[in-house]
Design a protein around this ligand. Structure first.
Ligand code: ADP
Ligand code: TRP
Length: 285
């Protein structure tokens, strides 16, 4: 299958990006014809400083390589090196009803967070459709928050096929690849981990910074000896991503029975995160 995905260079990549996207990128490069790119045209909707955008673009590519994306297996590139993407985006825009973009929550969210309501931000899903359709992708690994953009991509492709296909399909309809277990990784404040919420733990944060950020993870005030809630606890949700099955079972049992403090779980989580990325961190250096 042809697999394709992109990541915006709008800041350092975090563990939400890792579990929601990058880990699937690495997994899928083995058996598939994979294409991964740095979406620097998209990042222009939030990063205007040329030096910074260049540095972030480089950083995302280096991060992908350090984590194990392999140029022998996958095609790695920078979005703007294929300017035909922008050309196709215009052609697609001519068959995209305003209403499809008006209902996209990502646009509304970003405007609420303070990005200015410019046309590029509004038409962002059309450029994303061009990214995907240009390469005849079958499968697009992303996090849950991109599901709606994938639906818009399919709708645009169908409409384009109907209008211009003369009975044949011009574009292939892509499927999203979203893993349920990691679809939304929580940040240290309990909301979705996101660069724009300032609640991230970055993949390549220094160990000291990881320990400090993990300490900030919001928990309730259940005392050590009391039984604890397993649902909606972001500390436990993060721990599940990093720990072994035995360690998870142990912690969950002690949550149920009481007799475990959040501080202990935080220490174990921080060390597990540092350990997980130790080898990529060295490769990156
Ligand atoms: P951010 O929200 O930090 O700006 P991006 O929008 O650049 O992140 O996301 C890049 C990729 O990582 C997308 O596929 C997105 O779905 C995924 N992703 C981002 N945050 C999370 C999260 N908290 N949990 C799971 N996946 C995520
Ligand atoms: N919109 C995606 C994000 O914010 C990044 C992206 C751009 C993308 N083009 C894409 C993802 C094409 C998958 C396919 O994370």
């Amino acid at each position: 299958m042809r697999v394709l995905s992109g990541i915006q260079p709008s800041g350092a990549l975090h563990i939400g990006n890792y579990f929601g996207a990058l880990r699937q990128f690495i997994e899928l490069q083995r058996e598939n014809d994979a294409y991964y790119f740095v979406a620097n045209y998209h990042a222009l909707t939030s990063v205007r400083d040329a030096e910074r955008l260049r540095a972030y673009t480089f950083d995302v590519m280096v991060t992908m390589l350090s984590l194990g994306l392999d140029p022998e297996r996958a095609t790695l590139f920078v979005q703007s090196d294929v300017p035909e993407t922008a050309e196709l985006a215009w052609l697609l825009t001519t068959v995209t009803p305003m209403g499809w973009l008006e209902k996209c929550v990502s646009y509304k969210d970003k405007v609420e967070q303070g990005l200015s309501p410019e046309h590029g931000l509004f038409a962002y899903p059309v450029l994303q459709a061009a990214d995907i359709l240009l390469y005849d992708a079958d499968l697009v690994p992303v996090g849950q928050d991109q599901k709606q953009h994938l639906e818009v991509t399919r709708d645009i492709a169908e409409r384009f096929n109907r209008v211009y296909g003369g009975g044949e399909d011009v574009f292939r309809l892509p499927e999203p690849h979203i893993l349920k277990s990691v679809s939304v990784v929580p940040g240290v404040d309990g909301r979705k981990m996101s660069k724009s919420y300032n609640n991230t733990i970055d993949i390549f944060d220094e160990p000291a910074a990881i320990r400090k950020k993990v300490k900030r993870i919001v928990t309730d005030s259940t005392p050590v000896e009391a039984p604890k809630d397993l649902e909606g606890d972001s500390l436990l949700a993060l721990y599940r991503l990093f720990a072994t099955a035995e360690d998870i079972a142990e912690i969950e049992r002690r949550y149920r029975e009481g007799g475990i403090g959040y501080g202990e779980v935080k220490t174990r989580l921080a060390e597990a995160i540092i350990e997980r990325f130790a080898e990529p961190r060295e490769r990156r250096a």
